[in-house]
Every structure is written in C-alpha cells, then in structure tokens.
Design a protein around this ligand. Sequence first.
Ligand SMILES: *Cc1c(COP(=O)(O)O)cnc(C)c1O
Length: 234
Amino acid sequence: MGFQERYERVLADVAACCAQVGRDPREVRVVAVSKAADADALGRAIAAGVRDFGENRPDPLLERSARFPGQAWHFIGNIQSRRIPDIVRSSTLVHSLFQERHAAKFEAAAAEVGKVQDVLLEVNVSGEASKSGLAPEDVSAMLARCASLPHVRVRGLMTMAPQGDLAMARECFEGLARLRDELRSGLDGERAAQFNDLSMGMSEDWREAVAAGATIVRIGRALFDDSFGGDPRS
Ligand SMILES: *Cc1c(COP(=O)(O)O)cnc(C)c1O
C-alpha cells in the first residue's frame, strides 16, 4: 500500500468514527507526523494532499517548513529554551507547552517577529511519571498566566495516552475533553471560542480520541510506515 492509499484510508476511518458518534469529520484535523519520514516520503504526502505536518525536533521543522511554506507545521516535541525562537519562526501550532518559563520566552520570541504564536498546553492526564505535561489541576493557573501574554494564544490542550490499553487511553482522552470544557466555561466569549482544540490520538489510539472529541490527531506510523499493522482490532 502506498502513502496515498494509507492516507485515504485514515481519512475514511476518521469519517466513519465521526459518524458513529455524531460528529462532523471537518472538526478533525489529521496531522501527519513526519519525524521518521525521509524527503521522498514527505513529497509523496504533499502530493497526496496532506496540509498539516508534525515534527518533534526543531532542525527538521525549520528546514521542512522553509521548503514547504504552504503547509501547516506543528511542533509536537520537547521544548528547549534556546530553540524557542526557531520554533516560533517555523511553526503554525506548538502542541507541547507546559512550562511557565517557556511561555515567557514564546512571548518574547513571537513579539520579536510580530507574530501571535498559537499553542496548546500539554497535560499529563494519566499522571504517568514518564510523561511530561501539566498536572490537570495546574492548567488553570497556566492558562491565566498565558492570558497576560499578548503574543501567545492558547488554542486548547494536548495529551498523550498510556500505551497498550485502549480502554485506559479512552479514559485519558475523555478526561482531557472534560478539562477543556471546564476551563472553557470560565473564559469570556472570545477567549472561550478560541480555546477549543484537543490534540490527542496517535497511530494506535486515534479512534478512541476521535470518539472522545479530538479536533487534532497526530498520526505517524499508520501513514508513513507500510509495515504498521493498522487497526489492532481488525
Ligand atoms: C511520534 C509522535 C506521534 C505519532 O506517533 P505514531 O505512533 O507514529 O502515530 C504523535 N505525537 C507525538 C508527540 C509524537 O512524538
């Protein structure tokens, strides 16, 4: 199976999952995580119509976003302070902000280039020690902190589920959706309307995420790796 076929299959599956839970598939953006894809694979993805790409390291993000400025580039990786200006220069949406000191650096870097940087706050819903992100009870304070930064706009939340247990993943995604709803109910009209995104779900668990309300799924292997098994239940 080639990229085009895998991509069309994922889009059809997204539509089917949405239909099952009464959602509009246009509410779900598929971000193709290209961190393990070479230049040829990237070219095939663009030819197949992929608009959104995710990278977890600043160097490929910089290089690829400069080469393909017509696509949307998502930074989904670990944030290092000194790379924040590069991330701001090259990303449409940053999924992985959770430290206050980084928020202040994003503010400075975005102001410098005259941009408002869209970000998501990463939340460690499951509480696993190996995962990064804010504890759910700390998200409200971080949101308030970011509200004072005119060049940083928080568009929603991101999480990574525990691996290998789809029921637990589903619970984790539902927890993130509830947290988004709670936080949104405390925001005023315009802020509330902008605070909507839920970035959750990867190759193995994106169906659970869509059912729980994901607006962005981040899919790598199921798109780029022909040996990926697909739906573990089928
Ligand atoms: C690699 C990665 C993905 C994609 O993972 P797959 O299992 O290949 O779909 C999604 N999100 C983040 C943060 C990642 O690092």
